[in-house]
Design a protein around this ligand. Sequence first.
Ligand SMILES: NC(=O)CC[C@H](N)C(=O)O
Length: 233
Amino acid sequence: MTTRIGVITFPGSLDDRDAQRAVRMAGAEPVALWHGDHDLQGVDAVILPGGFSYGDYLRAGAIAAVSPIMTELKDAAGKGMPILGICNGFQMLVEAHLLPGGLIRNAHQQFIRRDQLLTVENADTAWTHQFSKGQEITIPLKNADGGYIADAETLARVEGEGLVAFRYAGVNPNGSLDDIAGLTNPAGNVVGLMPHPEHAIEPGFGPDTPLAMRSGVDGLAFFTSAVQALQAV
Ligand SMILES: NC(=O)CC[C@H](N)C(=O)O
């Protein structure tokens, strides 16, 4: 049976089409979902895409986190559905308390765009199991509000329970605590990260370092991991 992965579009989403394309390239059927509907259309997994939902008013992701479809999304998350939040989608997941902590303005106060080296810290989630722990991958980063924060107690829990999915390697581009670039929930079905795997799925369209040095396709395994996990059920 075809795996169907929904991508929710919010007012101000930018990367929903790119996420749909990544789903298609991973061998699944993308399903366009709308933030204002109370309906996940029976999909097997959901992606919250990057962008500037609601213009990043209040805080990035804060208004999207209380939009109608989040009721159904939270319910599905609790039942184990694979959910991936990319950049603005990661911001939504923390604002919706599906992942712990918060995301604030980059420490240097600038929007940043760079090809970012990451270390895979948790390869035991629905979206990362085709990687191996300690693997280094390059994924594009482009945001203004990527600084990860958490109080001491939350950070100790995040580290102690192995909820760090990705860390920035080489440089910390935004002042994130413990170099945290992405998180998983304890069950491993909900994953969020600031970099954009959907922009690194095809040679020539990914990170802009010489292709001889880097494949530019490190992002594809996020999507094929979820498809494989769902097809194994
Ligand atoms: N690329 C994005 O998704 C941007 C996310 C968010 N609006 C920020 O600037 O931090």
